[in-house]
Design a protein around this ligand. Structure first.
Ligand code: ZN
Length: 318
């Protein structure tokens, strides 16, 4: 828990329009807590009466959400200090990037002439792998400034939101968003910007948690995909497609899995059910995490054929 974060109030909350259709008519869907950070407050996700999208409203303003992305936030962890388990953690992170490479390798022909943009790149280890394996020119954008990592040499790092960047006429053969879109405060504008930055034949690859999945049905208001208050939308397959369409994009391929392991959501969901909003101490669950991973391996070997927790969509200009 971050001691600087207090209970949300009228000054830190806003009621956004529906990110897809801009309607303001909605009905309560589910309430979540900050199960990851353990900070106070209950956060409401609503269903848009007009298009059916599930999004958070009211939500914290962009300034008020920033403290939740503190240095403990998993995507922004720079290094770990778990003793002997550090090497397992590094293996898991490397595996995540290898899974991302496997997904994009099937849809984009990357080589030294190609240009790749990763939106919400975090510490940039995926781009470092793309660059070393393909020689492509790599650019990353993140609202946290994590440039300066040694592996980012040769990778262009831009700090801020995508829409605030000036790329001029630069076009990309591949744009990726790994668990970024569901955090975005202006997803439609971001997707429109991506659409306009795709080179002819270019692909946009997006991974997000999947609302219409088994893990949501099991964990409900403790589903890790809620990730209140950071997640601004909860996307099922249909509404992910609708959002793409209103931004001038069209899906050419949809997977009921992602690079991110579904096991992580089943483990976290189980912990959240027990903790009931008290937050997660990574150091105390790291051994159970790896033990559970080994014990459930036979199930998760088949996760790409099941609809457990994640989805990935490949799209192009409509
Ligand atoms: Zn709507």
């Amino acid at each position: 828990m971050n001691s600087h974060i207090s209970l949300p109030d009228a000054a830190t909350l806003e009621t956004p329009d529906c990110p897809i259709c801009e309607s303001r008519r909605n009905a309560a869907f589910i309430e979540g807590e900050d199960d990851l950070g353990g900070n106070p407050g209950r956060f409401t996700f609503v269903t848009c009466t007009d298009c059916g999208l599930v999004y958070q409203s009211p939500r914290l303003t962009i300034d008020a959400i920033k403290p939740y992305y503190d240095e403990e936030y998993i995507a922004h962890r720079k290094k770990s200090n778990w003793g002997v388990l550090t090497s397992f953690y590094e293996w898991a992170m490397g595996k995540l990037d290898r899974e991302k490479m496997a997904i994009v390798g099937k849809v984009a022909d990357l080589g030294p002439g190609a240009k790749v943009l990763d939106v919400g790149c975090g510490a940039g280890s995926f781009l470092a792998m793309v660059r070393s394996r393909t020689g492509a020119k790599c650019t990353g954008v993140d609202f946290e400034d994590m440039s300066g990592q040694p592996w980012l040499e040769g990778v262009e790092y831009r700090h801020g939101t995508l829409c605030a960047q000036d790329f001029g006429d630069e076009k990309f053969d591949l744009i990726t968003m790994w668990h970024f879109l569901e955090h975005d405060y202006e997803p439609r504008a971001t997707l429109e910007a991506c659409r306009n930055m795709l080179a002819p034949g270019g692909k946009l690859v997006i991974e997000v948690p999947r609302l219409d999945s088994l893990s949501f049905r099991i964990f409900g208001d403790r589903w890790p995909g809620l990730q209140a208050p950071q997640h601004t939308m909860l996307l099922d397959k249909a509404h992910l497609n609708t959002l793409l369409n209103v931004a001038g994009l069209r899906s050419t391929l949809h997977h009921s899995y992602g690079a991110f392991p579904a096991y992580f959501y089943f483990f976290l969901g189980s912990v959240f059910k027990v903790q009931k909003g008290k937050g997660l101490n990574f150091n105390s669950v790291i051994y159970p995490y790896f033990l559970g991973q080994v014990l459930t391996l036979p199930v998760f070997l088949f996760e790409k054929r099941l609809n457990l927790a994640m989805q990935t969509v490949v799209c192009e200009q409509a």
